[in-house]
Design a protein around this ligand. Sequence first.
Ligand SMILES: [Fe+2]
Ligand SMILES: [Fe+2]
Length: 194
Amino acid sequence: MNPLTLRVIRDEHRALAAMLRSIPLLLAEHRRHDRLPDFAALRAMLFYVDEFPERLHHPKESELLFPKLRARVPGVRDILDRLDQDHARGERAVRDLEHSLLGFEMLGVVRRDAFERQLHRYVDAYLRHMELEEREILPLALQVLSAEDWAELDAAFEANRDPFTGHAPGAEYQDLFRKIVAALPAPIGVGPAL
Ligand SMILES: [Fe+2]
Ligand SMILES: [Fe+2]
């Protein structure tokens, strides 16, 4: 059994992880050549995180998937509490990072170190969050949830349609995705290799 919900969650994790891992590489490349990064592309990437994972992926985990696991497996409560806390802080964390990027853009290299440090912390924490879900939560869900649970979850997660997981972006998102894809290296984008 390979429920649609788990495929959607894993696909979205994979796409987001690829993008998040590319950002420090992009920044390092610009730093090496002593030039400023493409701020518009970086803004587009952070805006995407705020617009898709923060609004679609995390709320559905916290509101639909996690409560079902809490009800069936009391021993997993501590991990779910931690993941829920990450979700609750996620929007604020990405907004803070966007603000730090704005500082770099407005004030120049004097703010480069601070932004890059904050970005590394953000990316590390996000990758650890997704790894924890994949290691502890998704296999457990597969063991304990019923066919009715999956039908309910699949109906909700099927609607996510994150453009980085193979869905055509809606009209309003086309420019945003074009910008991101142009800046990122393969396989996620078509920009120069890093
Ligand atoms: Fe999550
Ligand atoms: Fe997740």
